[in-house]
Write a protein that binds this ligand. Sequence first.
Ligand code: AMP
Ligand code: ZN
Length: 475
Amino acid sequence: MQFKIYNTLTRTVEDFEPLVAGKVTLYTCGPTVYNAPHIGNLRSFIFEDVLRRALELFGFSVAHVMNLTDIEDKIIAKVMETGLTLDEVTEPHIEAFFENLDLLHAQRAHHYPRATRYIEPMIAMIETLIERDHAYESDGSVYFRVESFKDYGRLSRVDLSQMRKGERVTSDEYTKDDVRDFVLWKAAKEGEPAWQSPWGQGRPGWHIECSAMARDLLATNIDLHCGGVDNIFPHHENEIAQSECSADGAFARYWVHAEHLLVDSKKMSKSLGNQYLLSDLAERGISARAVRYLFTSVHYRQKLNFTFQSTEQAVAALRRLDEMRTRLARATSKSAEGGGLQELADAFRSAFQATIGDDLNLSGSHGEVFQFVRGVNRELDAGPVSVAGARAVEEAIDFADSVLGTLKAEDWQVGEAAPEDQDGLSAEDVESLIVARAAARSNRDFAEADRLRDELTAAGIVLEDGPSGTTWKRA
Ligand code: AMP
Ligand code: ZN
């Protein structure tokens, strides 16, 4: 089956073919480690996680690098203000970043290079750019000469003629020849953290770090480069300029960008007070599993509108899935035949793979998941199902979950304050009491069955006995 992805360079969905058959080099722009990541940043990181997992489902072996931007104006201001070292300022935020990734069950990249550890390759790349006349030094800083790269603007399709050109300008307190030029190396101001370079004490610009680290850790020409849509211009445009003017060939063949997350249809911002962290959501009883579900159920090229109602819908959807799996676990007979479930599972696997392989159609993939859940429930309604059939269903769920990472409640039990855990009985406790009650009833031990129902009622659980077994909800 062919994997397809939307390439921002061409603005079309393309067949994905890596440079080396079966192997993918993936570079994703990581966090600026000044704050804990907000849920918008996390949406982008989870999109990248899903992309990598989908490539792996299609049999590719992926080498994944994500940078940590640990040198930047706000970080420097903090160093100056507190007297702490750069690492002391960034370390707690790096830890928070990894903690967030773990909470959301993101796979770790193979490398998380910190910009400050790659100053040498950055300087080398800047020297090459100067040699090739794509960059120039001015007052101890170095700038990329945008006019020297004829393909500048190819990714973002910015209209350079709209940007004023030619005049010598002072911007950001540094002097450059042309307003469109961007900084590769910034001369240090008194007392700032700085590194020695051929142009004096200074520090790298933001864009050069990704170009240099991608080359150092992956290759000069890579397959995939990702980030949020705000990275397209100027960051990714500038990365292309630096990488392609200092070596031959295309920097990345496919550029893939995630749309932004909005809160209540608004941009997240401190002033609106709607900039949530994962910990803010946990305090409101929203589990990381529900957050990951929400992130993975909307197409990455669509804006994701985060609302508290949408998290409730996520919890309800996951509950439907969990209930099906609980029913399946207790409703098997010894018959060896897979029967209807085997067919359903096979059909689901191929439909899921086709949908996820079609430019990561996440909403479509969830449509397939819940159509499968309905089909399995119908089989369960019709009578006992075979052990082999139940196993086929579980294996198909594992297959889809290798990409989605939310489908199995048992993977999310440890250390999580899921909303359903707050009333005293976890979903698992409830399920096992329901199973015990069903067993008591089938043994005609009605006193025990009533006792178990009372125990559940006391914990705020409402049972509904129907033709397809017992379902439950919280009062
Ligand atoms: P930063 O830490 O600001 O460098 O951003 C890290 C990543 O988060 C980048 O890939 C950004 O494009 C992405 N990002 C920033 N804001 C949002 C948002 N509201 N929604 C989705 N992604 C975002
Ligand atoms: Zn970057």
